[in-house]
Design a binder for this molecule. Structure first.
Ligand code: CAO
Length: 433
């Protein structure tokens, strides 16, 4: 254990400033960057952060003291004094608060990163303007001072302002930012969005109101979260499936009596497994700061049912042939339509395909099924003239739309994934390579 002094860092243009708040006391455990004291000049107030982690051994300042750059704030008992950390001390910049000309208390965070955000989010302004006793009062009530509007000169916050804010929150007239961020996503308040439009539709014509089904409500909440939280990008591409379609038709003819019908989706599942194996990040999930690569290939497929969208999962698609995949898919789709899928049959997917091929359309932008990181949307194939270098040839082209999570995948990888998929679909023998 070593002891060290923590000093006031460079505080910019200010010569001497008064200590208006002690944010720690002897015996407190502090983190590096945690605010230790608040100082105030006639223009602004600042929180001074700790350069190191440790336990406060002695306070060297008291309320009302005047301090300047280099003044000792306190003595810290710490077990490491890394030279690199000491070097960074000089770079510290306090969080600065000013009273804006408008009279509103506003905060100016002068540092770029790493300094404490003690009073919640700050824009390019500063700590709220308030006396130490008002700050203490707000802290005791748990009122976020930077959200309180000050009624005093230059927006100074009084005890009455804190009480009024607290009363308004209790009465449900206002929300703290923390409350808003926890608000149900449905009302948009957590995103800081304007409220959903409320329209009396009956004013414009006859209407009928029907409650959403249970599945619609569940999938709606999931889709909304995934749409809002994932930085998703969609790449569109076409695959030439002329030969594959001929093979599919022939296969169905051969297997007519088996009762199993092979659709393009079965081939797509197999082709996707090949692409997922070649580009494993598409078969991963984000877990905090880590990527979890799954060494199994379970493919979910969106099924349209009378109750809404369901996503049964075809397990271990890498180990199954096209006929088995088709048979299992048929069973799962039937169960989905009858509302008989078990939770196990809907979980564990590593990638999802949403096929509208049986219905129509050209391209669309499917929403990723979190915690997966990509989804393939497929539309109806059409015969198109394709230039073969000498002439236009009629080819059956399948439109593909790959949506991917940009936190995990980049555009080049997505383009390669689609290109690989296209190669497999145009010559399925490549699956064997
Ligand atoms: N291009 C051209 N035709 C296609 C095709 C494609 N990409 N995909 C399927 N077809 C054809 C099939 O060959 C079949 O033709 P026939 O009736 O002549 O034999 C017909 O379309 C119907 O196929 P299907 O839909 O029954 O079978 P599938 O394996 O393609 O799909 C399933 C199964 C369960 C995925 C599908 O029925 C379904 O529910 N699709 C909707 C998925 C959905 O809603 N996605 C959107 C989610 S986002 O809201």
């Amino acid at each position: 254990m070593a002891t060290m002094e923590v000093n006031v860092p460079d505080i910019g243009d200010f010569d001497e400033v008064a200590v208006i708040e002690l944010l720690v006391k002897v015996g407190d455990k502090v983190r590096a960057e945690q605010s230790l004291i608040t100082v105030e000049s006639d223009k602004a107030s600042m929180e001074i952060p700790s350069s190191h982690a440790g336990v406060v051994k002695a306070m060297s300042v008291k309320l009302g003291d005047k301090v300047k750059q280099g003044s000792v704030i306190l003595v810290l008992e710490t077990d490491v004094i890394a030279p690199a950390v000491i070097a960074s001390e000089a770079k510290q910049t306090p969080v600065i608060a000013t009273a804006a000309p408008s009279g509103l208390a506003v905060t100016e965070a002068k540092q770029s990163t790493g300094l404490p955000q003690a009073d919640g989010p700050r824009n390019d302004t500063g700590l709220p303007h308030a006396s130490p006793s008002v700050r203490k009062f707000a802290r005791e009530l748990g009122v976020p001072l930077n959200e309180v509007k000050g009624s005093g000169p230059k927006g100074r916050i009084s005890q009455e302002d804190v009480q009024a804010f607290s009363r308004a929150v209790m009465a449900g007239e206002t929300r703290t930012q923390a409350q808003s961020s926890k608000a149900p996503a449905g009302d948009g308040a957590g995103l800081g969005l304007i409220p959903w439009p409320k329209v009396d539709f009956a004013k414009f014509g006859p209407i009928e109101r029907k409650e959403l089904g249970r599945i619609q409500k569940i999938s709606g909440a999931n889709l909304l979260r995934n749409a809002v939280m994932i930085p998703a990008v969609t790449n569109h591409d076409d695959a030439d499936i002329t030969e594959l379609e001929a093979f599919r038709v022939a296969t169905n003819k051969e297997n007519e009596k088996s009762g199993v019908k092979v659709t393009m989706l079965a081939f797509l599942i197999k082709a996707c497994v090949s692409a997922l194996q070649k580009f494993p990040q598409f078969n991963s999930s984000l877990d905090g700061d880590a990527l979890v690569y799954k060494q199994y290939w379970h493919i979910g497929f969106a099924a349209d049912t009378p109750n809404g969208l369901m996503v049964p999962v075809l397990k271990d698609a890498d180990k199954k042939g096209i006929l088995q995949i088709s048979a299992e898919m048929g069973e799962l789709a039937k169960k989905a339509r009858e509302g008989k899928l078990s939770p196990a049959e809907m979980s564990g997917a590593t990638f999802t395909i949403s096929s509208l091929g049986g219905i129509g359309g050209r391209y669309f932008t499917p929403i990723i099924n979190a915690p997966e990181v990509a989804i393939l949307g497929v539309c109806r194939s059409t015969m198109e003239p394709v230039w073969n270098g000498k002439e236009f040839e009629p080819r059956l082209m399948l439109p593909l739309s790959l949506t991917w999570d940009h936190r995990v995948i980049d555009g080049a990888a997505a383009a390669r994934f689609n290109a690989h998929l296209g190669q497999i679909l145009s010559d399925f023998r490549r699956v064997l390579l």
